[in-house]
Design a protein around this ligand. Sequence first.
Ligand SMILES: *Cc1c(COP(=O)(O)O)cnc(C)c1O
Length: 490
Amino acid sequence: MDIEAFRKAGYQAIDRICDYYATMQDRPVVSQVQPGYLLETLPESAPEHGEKFEEIADDFQKLILPGITHWQHPNFYAYFPTANSFEGLLGDLYSSSVANPTFSWLASPACTELEQVVMDWSAKLFGLGDRFLCKSKVGGGVIQTTASEGAVVVCVAARARYMKMNPSAKLEDLVIYTTTQTHSLGTKAGLILGLDVRALEVKAEDEYALRGSTLKEVLEADLARGKRPFVVLATVGTTSSGAIDELEEIGEVLRDHPSIWYHVDSAWAGVAFACPEFRSVGKLDAINKYADSFCTNFHKWGLVNFDASALWVTDRTYLTDALDVTPEFLRTKQHDAGLVVDYRNWHLGLGRRFRSLKVWFVLRSYGVEGFQKHIRKGIEANKHFVALVKKSPEFELVTTPILALTVFRLALPTSAADGGLPAVNDLNRKLYARLMEHSDKLYLTQTMLNDVFCLRFAIGAQRTEVAHIDQAWKLVKANGQAVLQELERN
Ligand SMILES: *Cc1c(COP(=O)(O)O)cnc(C)c1O
């Protein structure tokens, strides 16, 4: 493809992307294809001779789009939002245009320095303390691919720090602490690093938050039997129910254990810190006071298209001590002189994408004010949803709604109260199965909170308006009533 052909194909691509967004609402939310649909359609090997680009582009429309679940659809309420923006999309386009792996400052000074700038901007946007700023020259932020990779990086740094402070410790005794509500990133970090992971219990009466007392008890018992907990992965806004661990209590317990790293994962909820009124809900003060590292994903609720996971640490030397790889051919005068950041030593890969560009585009185009407006809109929309649930006696909230996430279920009618938890779980499984039959109209996901089966309603897509929520609720309610009627009949 030459420049003029690219110009033509590029214009067409932008036109088609605009049409895609303009018609989003009329598309089925969840892809309706059957397993193997594409495997059976596409040839088994790459073509021997190059094909015309028009045909390739057409096949994206014809073959790929039907197999896409539209996360940007206004009636997408599953998992977590992935609020996209055109600014972010353009950022990725420009980033691709200068395609480079930017592993050292010299490999592309703009990539490194822009990342430092946007990470400092973002730290201030979210109210993080000065010790997290790149400008501090001690701490600093880095954009990781995902929160899960960020957690592995954190565990590697935490392990290095722990071993430095406890040289006699044996690696096989190290333990990563999570809770039963922690995202699978904790388990995965343990698998990758070959370390034990211990999921601490959390209780329904604490809204599934980790308490300092639980941590203290387990910690003391583990230490007594020779175990070496070296990192606590706490969460602000768990994936299942938005639970917020008791960060202050945890911080106080860890005060007596300075070699244990304290990480706060706020992959979904953290961007809400952009609004000062949500900082106390998410316990930002405790993060600033105690945490060694903090993570939130721009690529969820934060208007930047996947991927852009923001990770801050208060002491960058633990990352670089643990991950520094500087063979001769990567050495530069600027690195040797300690003048620059070489981000390859802050993450798992060597090469890295130029992600700061899309974050920069978004923050500049929206401004702090626009970013806040987007977050508040989601939270207001959730209040509307909560009011609808509360107005319907057939339904009940399972946990206190948090930010833009509501966990709810059908309540067991008094006539069937004998059935207890199995009966109400069964009822809700039936409701969920029915809703999945309408996955062209809306998409929400289920979860288990300890033994309770519930439905999650996660708001935050860019184009979700109150009218969409009304529409979605109508469908949920009608199906809920149908399930209850079925119960009455049997
Ligand atoms: C979504 C989520 C993650 C995982 O995010 P990735 O960036 O996909 O790894 C981790 N923790 C929480 C609380 C999440 O909501």
